[in-house]
Ligand binder design. Structure first.
Ligand code: F6R
Length: 340
């Protein structure tokens, strides 16, 4: 049972409230971001960040590339690609403001004379921007970075003035969908609870086409960090040219849970491929198909992401693990800081 009381008992730090606040976060982040002005209009934009922060850039970049043909790249590293230079806008995004890779990439951008804007709740990134007179979008502190996805996504989107109507529509879709996924909705009527129950005991592998790849990756990372399970994300059609063989031949395939993220407007090539993949996997493992719904591509991408967030939270509850703490990431950062 995944009733409200069980969720509250396991979710000691209120992660469910943060998942529930996604629609509101997107709206508030967007409003905050508007104060910076249309910094990203009509030029190359590189969003650099790691983990729960970097993913906001990856989702936005995938959507803008797919629907607007915008030149937006997402980098999850300490170094920028060699082609980044003067005239480009680098957006450094780190919720804590203290992530070493993001700070290194920020300094890299400064050295190359790119335009630069920070997005953070504080830390060294805020100080660095302040010290160099750079614009910096400050979002509310006190959350786990991955719980602040909506603020970061909304704030980033606001740098692109053409996204306003899409972001509004998506936020409304998130609000409507969120009400159907919340802990108060009974197990039988709640798709996130039902999916979490089916995933328990299996290792999820989430597949998306290139536009959905960052959404699949968010599913993975939420399952990793909230539910504390191994999970992987992979991109189709590429995975059909290699991983498919593993599914076909590995006698242990049943231990895994392939999850296909589907979009009603996928191109015919993708539809045929995903249908064929689903059918080939069927005899090997129980396949989960997640069918995105919503009036726009962005609404569908974000509500699919939201379903993954809730599913990871319910899987954490089923496993009896508090979704919030990620002790080992803190340990890693402390070790790296000692060496820096
Ligand atoms: C923790 C989390 C991590 C962090 C990552 C980068 O909730 O999701 O993936 O996001 O370690 O840290 P920040 O986001 O502070 O730059």
């Amino acid at each position: 049972m995944l009733d409200e009381a069980s969720v509250r008992r396991v979710d000691k730090s209120g992660a469910a409230d943060h998942v529930a606040s996604l629609p509101e976060q997107v709206v508030r982040g967007f409003r905050l971001g508007l104060n910076l002005g249309p910094l990203a209009a009509r030029r190359r934009v590189i969003v650099v960040g790691m983990g729960g922060s970097g993913i906001a850039g990856s989702v936005l970049a995938a959507w803008l590339r797919a629907e607007r043909g915008a030149m937006v790249a997402s980098v999850n590293d300490a170094q920028l690609p060699p082609w980044v230079g003067e005239g480009d806008l680098v957006v450094a995004i780190s919720y804590s403001g203290n992530t070493l890779e993001t700070l290194a990439a920020t300094r890299d951008a400064m050295g190359r004379g790119t335009d630069l804007v920070g997005l953070t709740s504080g830390g060294t990134l805020r100080d660095l921007c302040g010290g160099h007179g750079l614009p910096c979008l400050l979002i509310p502190p006190g959350l786990m970075p991955r719980s602040a996805f909506g603020y970061m996504f909304g704030g980033l989107a606001a740098l692109f003035p053409e996204t306003t109507a899409d972001v509004r529509t998506a936020a409304e879709a998130l609000r409507v969908r969120g009400a159907k996924l919340a802990p108060r909705v009974a197990d039988a009527k709640n798709p996130a609870k039902k999916l979490a129950q089916r995933l328990k005991g299996r290792t999820p592998i989430i597949y998306g086409t290139p536009t959905y790849a960052p959404v699949a990756r968010r599913w993975q990372t939420e399952l990793n960090e909230n539910a504390k399970v191994l999970a992987w994300a992979s991109v189709l059609p590429e995975a059909d040219h290699n991983e498919l063989v593993g599914w076909a031949e590995d006698p242990d395939a049943k231990r895994f849970a392939p999850i296909l993220l589907r979009d009603p407007a996928e191109i015919p090539e993708h539809r045929a491929l995903l249908d064929a993949t689903r059918d080939l996997l069927k005899g090997k493992a129980k396949v989960e198909e997640v069918k995105a719904e919503g009036p726009t591509l962005l609404a569908r991408m974000l509500t699919t992401l939201q379903l993954g967030d809730w599913t990871s939270l319910y899987l954490a509850v089923l496993r009896g693990v508090d979704p919030t703490p990620v002790a080992v990431i803190g340990k890693l950062k402390a070790q790296l800081a000692k060496k820096a």
